[in-house]
Design a protein around this ligand. Structure first.
Ligand SMILES: Cc1cc2nc3c(=O)[nH]c(=O)nc-3n(C[C@H](O)[C@H](O)[C@H](O)COP(=O)(O)OP(=O)(O)OC[C@H]3O[C@@H](n4cnc5c(N)ncnc54)[C@H](O)[C@@H]3O)c2cc1C
Length: 471
């Protein structure tokens, strides 16, 4: 018999967008809810994310007359995921993303910039960005909502184990209260009972070197990550110990837009993802040639960079750089981006054979102007432009661990499934801790909508269970 220190209806583990979405829904369904967060700060990777959300049929697409559909979005994600995506989960994301954005606007009051972006792997412009260009806007709005609902978020509380009754149903959690990351012995152990259910929303493991090396030994401590320090695997491991099905754990995603000269995500990554990749070219400094379709999905772009074995250089002209004007100014000041009047001067500064680079740029410009077939299969439509307006800007790019598409298996009700594909009673999961949605590789801007969609479902389903007191 477990000695319970405390009890509530629904326990939510993790205070990122998935966990807080679940907490809001569960509380609105009149369940008592407590959110436990291991770090001192709420928000996890969501807080530091770029705040960009992809959705077909979103309000700005409608206003701007951009044609899109959930089928097209589904196909784009499936292609990036190499067909490994679990269809019923993917369908939920494709069909629910626009509503997820409406929920953040109408229920939480999140504001978005009046811009629509098209990132690599997306067939059309369908990505909205929060006003501060960060997921912190969503986290702050969710915390305000939870305060109004009277839901407590307890920071410094590490999940150390999921507890079960004699039938194997999850009925509570063991936590370390007063936990001081990363000291595994800090805080005191408490057992908290969940009368209805537990929602696991502990995020990904991009910064868990031990765990990610189990999946891919090459991702050792020398490989940097964009993630927050607490992106580690304890929550996932707790579910695996209950025989949760591990799905796609070794497909660890790297970010091709990461700046080689800065730690973490950084402003260089924002400049590269909003400006360099959509409007510029990626160059192997050894040859002066392009190496990939700059609009390919993340995996293809990273693979192309790794194949060169060299830190590559992204180049964009003044017109393309306008797409990320604020980040450009920041990066010019910090020296992460440099500007040049002539392509040959840029080449000399980055050790690129100047004549080769000039030839590459001229050839690219001819293809872009003619709208002809690109050597790397980049669609040269109205969104591409020749590089002809100086100054020309350059940034050094080298991938970092960015996202872990693998995690626990869930069904479309967000029930965690076991190794025999049966739901583990009273255990739900949402967000980056889950696997199967994105398959081999996630398209940009698809995580936040997915976390909201499944987080909300998890909260609703958890609250809808009967209290074990009534059983
Ligand atoms: C730099 C960066 C930029 C990104 N930009 C975008 C973007 O623009 N658009 C997009 O769609 N996606 C983006 N992503 C991906 C996206 O932000 C994440 O996939 C998403 O925020 C994950 O949300 P989550 O709620 O599942 O996890 P998180 O937001 O990471 O929250 C999980 C929380 O659980 C806590 N936790 C972990 N283990 C435990 C434990 N044992 N006990 C208690 N608490 C625990 C963590 O500390 C964390 O606070 C970005 C990611 C990064 C790193």
């Amino acid at each position: 018999m477990v000695a319970w220190d405390e009890q509530t209806d629904v326990i939510v583990l993790g205070s990122g967008v998935a966990g807080l979405s679940a907490a809001i829904e569960a509380s609105q369904a009149f369940a008592g809810v407590i959110v436990f967060e291991k770090m001192k700060v709420t928000g996890g990777n969501t807080r530091i994310s770029g705040g960009s959300l992809a959705a077909p049929g979103n309000y700005l697409q409608k206003r701007l007359g951009v044609e899109d559909s959930s089928e097209l979005f589904y196909e784009d994600m499936l292609q990036a995921g190499l067909g490994l995506n679990h269809p019923q989960l993917l369908r939920k994301v494709a069909e629910g993303a626009a509503e997820a954005i409406d929920w953040t606007r109408n229920v939480l009051g999140v504001n978005y910039l009046d811009r629509l972006d098209r990132f690599g792997g997306h067939a059309v412009a369908r990505c909205l960005t929060t006003r501060s260009q960060s997921g912190v806007d969503i986290i702050k709005a969710q915390i305000i909502k939870l305060n109004q609902l009277g839901v407590e978020i307890r920071t410094g509380c590490l999940l150390t184990g999921l507890l079960t009754d004699h039938k194997g149903a999850v009925n509570g959690v063991q936590i370390r209260s007063g936990y001081n990351f990363p000291d595994e012995n800090s805080g005191i152990i408490k057992n908290i009972r969940a009368r209805r259910a537990v929602v696991l929303a502990t995020g990904g493991f991009g910064n868990d070197i031990r765990f990610r090396m189990l999946q891919n030994p090459g991702l050792n401590e020398s490989v940097r990550s964009t993630n927050h320090r607490g992106a580690t695997a304890e929550g996932l491991v707790a579910a695996l110990k209950l025989n949760a099905a591990p799905v796609h754990l070794s497909w660890i995603q790297m970010g091709p837009w990461c700046c080689a000269d800065e730690a973490g995500y950084g402003r260089g990554a924002i400049f590269a993802s909003y400006s360099v990749y959509p409007t510029g070219i990626l160059i192997d400094p050894g040859t002066g040639g392009r190496i990939v379709n700059e609009w390919a999905d993340r995996r293809q772009r990273c693979d192309a960079i790794f194949k060169t074995g060299r830190v590559c250089v992204g180049i964009v002209d003044a017109k393309g750089a306008e797409k990320a004007a604020e980040s450009l100014q920041y990066c010019l000041k910090s020296g992460k981006v440099k500007g040049f009047e002539k392509i040959t001067d840029l080449a000399a500064s980055y050790g690129i054979p100047p004549h080769h680079l000039e030839t590459t740029v001229n050839h690219y410009n001819q293809m872009a102007q003619a709208g002809s077939r690109d050597d790397f299969g980049k669609p040269l439509d109205q969104d591409t432009q020749p590089l002809e307006n100086p100054p020309f800007y350059a940034i050094k790019l080298w991938p970092k661990v960015h996202y872990t598409p693998g995690g626990v298996g869930i069904n479309s009700k967000t029930q965690v499934i076991d190794l025999q594909n049966h739901p583990i009673p009273n255990l739900f999961a949402a967000g980056e801790v889950c696997g199967g949605i994105h398959g081999a590789s996630r398209l940009g801007s698809c995580a936040l909508p997915e976390c909201i969609i499944f987080g909300r479902i998890a909260g609703q389903k958890a609250a809808s269970l009967h209290s074990q007191d009534e059983a």
